[in-house]
Design a protein around this ligand. Structure first.
Ligand code: R1P
Ligand code: URA
Length: 287
């Protein structure tokens, strides 16, 4: 007896953009129209399945392939997909590119994640990224021939969609279960590491990042939050030939000023309440 689980991806005949003979894309594992035009994406698989169970109407179609869990159903009668992607910009790159390939028509994508805060606001506050920069570690700095290379590169900012961000801000202000929560709107920085590129000090590694957060704040005084995916969403959305409106919000999990971290119960409640607000913003957006 075999323990193998059959793959949704059949024979692929294209090395440039791998799709099988039924149109199933190689990583997301869904074909034409297998993703809704309105997408709520999160990092954590558990967050996505909680949102599916609490907020989507039945029936919901769920697929799982290569770390992408896609739950497609309706919210208040409007077709939406809730997708968990794991962590980091490469996973967001797969979602936006392969999602754009299979979705039919203009899209709106909201990321709802967790983040660290550069501002001294209480953990459990919410943040909305009006725009986003990318912080990349530059390994050349540590190479014998790369002595002049800076250890980290901070990009120019790319903005989210102002109308979708406006809808999201309103939905957070009015959201059931979000009463009294502070909402910070500012610049997000996406790091290519949770650790070194977010300025965390790790005694086991030689990271040369002691002044990284100061450099970020000097260059971008509105920098408010640090996480790991939003830049790729905002950048690719602006480069898509068919329209993609993008917005991103986060639960402030880590306060990097006073070194506090949010408790699990509050995080869990905010995942549902904030997720509901994200779905409201998605369905109230004209595509
Ligand atoms: C790191 O702990 C992860 O949490 C944040 C970061 O962007 C990174 O993916 O977002 P999620 O909670 O959506 O995963
Ligand atoms: N996610 C991140 O990427 N950074 C944090 O500090 C917290 C959550």
């Amino acid at each position: 007896m075999s323990n193998s689980v059959s793959s949704p991806v059949g024979k692929v005949g294209n090395a440039n953009f791998p799709v099988d003979e039924n149109g199933v894309v190689y990583h997301l594992g869904v074909a034409n129209n297998g993703l809704a035009q309105r997408v709520l994406t999160v990092g954590d698989y558990g967050r996505a399945s909680k949102l599916r169970d609490k907020l989507l109407e039945q029936p919901v179609k769920t697929t799982e392939h290569r770390g992408f869990h896609i739950h497609t159903g309706t919210y208040k009668g409007v077709r939406v997909s809730i997708v968990s992607i794991g962590m980091g910009t490469p996973m967001m790159d797969f979602l936006v590119r392969e999602g754009r390939f299979v979705a039919v028509g203009p899209m709106a994508i909201i990321r709802y994640g967790t983040c660290g805060s550069l501002r001294d606001v209480p953990v459990g506050s919410l943040a909305i990224a009006k725009d986003c920069v990318l912080i990349r570690r530059n390994p050349d700095h540590w190479h014998p021939e790369g002595k002049d290379a800076q250890p980290y590169d901070i990009s120019l900012p790319f903005a989210g969609d102002s109308a979708l961000i406006g809808n999201l801000t309103t939905a957070f202000q009015k959201g059931e279960g979000l009463e009294g929560r502070q909402v910070v709107v500012g610049t997000n920085a996406t790091g290519d590491s949770f650790y070194s590129s977010q300025g965390r000090q790790d005694a086991n590694f030689d990271d040369h990042n002691q002044d990284l957060i100061n450099k970020l704040m000097q260059r971008y005084p509105e920098a408010s939050t640090l996480e790991m995916e939003t830049f790729q969403l905002y950048h690719l959305a602006t480069r898509s030939k068919e329209p993609i409106k993008a917005a991103a919000a986060t639960i402030i999990l880590a306060n990097r000023v006073d070194n506090t971290f949010l408790d699990n119960d509050t995080k869990s409640a905010l995942e549902i309440a904030g997720g509901r607000a994200c779905l409201e913003a998605l369905i109230n957006t004209t595509l």
